[in-house]
Ligand binder design. Structure first.
Ligand SMILES: [Zn+2]
Length: 253
């Protein structure tokens, strides 16, 4: 499932393949694409900048146009360098030479002006992204303490306005690595516990970027049990969105 690490990986690949280049072909062949019939306006423009902000991907083109994508639960970006279309019926295709980027499905795909992006309230509300340059661990932990007050840790970690980019798999792994139960109240955590859990979220995301695969030890652990004590891993829906928390009651207190 796409989380912030997935989006940063896609942004990195898109940047490597097409940034600084003039887009020769832009299309939105799927009738289900939210920009069906409009993508051709990107042809002949230069892809100037690609960035990930939490779970949002922004591709900036010359002439003040931006592709804004959010993959939600089931969207995908695929980038190839061999001239092959990664999959059929994309929502968006961008190509130059043999480099092709394709996007399909997801929560959001729009083609808007730079000023719309600058004034977008959803983007403006995003909390700091652990994978962004200059991420301040102590400031993020303080933000989690203040804005997560009155909530369970695992629930607060999914709030993109507190820290952006963390999804269900990442928060479960991070709480396990920090040895802290996702059911603890944020108010009951010490400053060092909060910093530890934020640091582990960042670490899980950085490992995912470096290895191309997210570390997974407790998330959906099933019968194999806890990788540390071999005890039973418990799971239960948490928060308003009822996302499944996985935790080891012995190793996480
Ligand atoms: Zn355990």
């Amino acid at each position: 499932m796409p989380e912030g690490d997935t989006i940063h990986r896609a942004a990195n690949r898109l940047r490597t393949a097409l940034a600084g280049r003039v887009i020769e072909l832009a299309d939105a062949p799927s009738p289900r694409s939210p920009i069906h019939g409009r993508a051709k306006s990107l042809q002949g423009r230069t892809l100037e900048l690609v960035e990930a902000r939490g779970k949002h991907l922004l591709a900036h083109f010359s002439g003040e146009l931006v592709i804004h994508s959010h993959l939600g639960m089931n969207g995908r970006w695929r980038i190839t360098a061999d001239g092959r279309m990664p999959f059929g019926r994309p929502w968006l295709v961008l190509a130059q030479g043999r480099a092709i980027a394709a996007q399909a499905d997801g929560k959001l795909l729009r083609l808007v002006s730079e000023s719309r992006i600058r004034n977008d309230p959803g983007l403006a509300q995003l909390g700091p992204d652990p994978l962004a340059a200059g991420f301040d661990l102590e400031a993020a932990a303080a933000r989690l303490r203040i804005r997560g007050a009155g909530r369970e840790l695992g629930d607060a970690l999914l709030d993109q306005r507190i820290i952006s980019g963390i999804g269900n798999a990442i928060r479960n792994e991070a709480c396990f690595r920090a040895g802290i139960s996702p059911w603890r109240q944020v108010d009951a955590l010490s400053a060092s516990e909060l910093e530890s859990v934020v640091a582990e979220n960042e670490r899980v995301m950085r490992i995912s970027i470096a290895k191309g695969r997210r570390p997974r030890s407790i998330y959906r652990a099933g019968r194999s049990g806890c990788p540390r004590c071999r005890g039973e891993v418990r799971s239960r829906g948490q928060g308003d969105a009822n996302r499944t928390a996985y935790w080891c009651p012995s190793c996480q207190t």
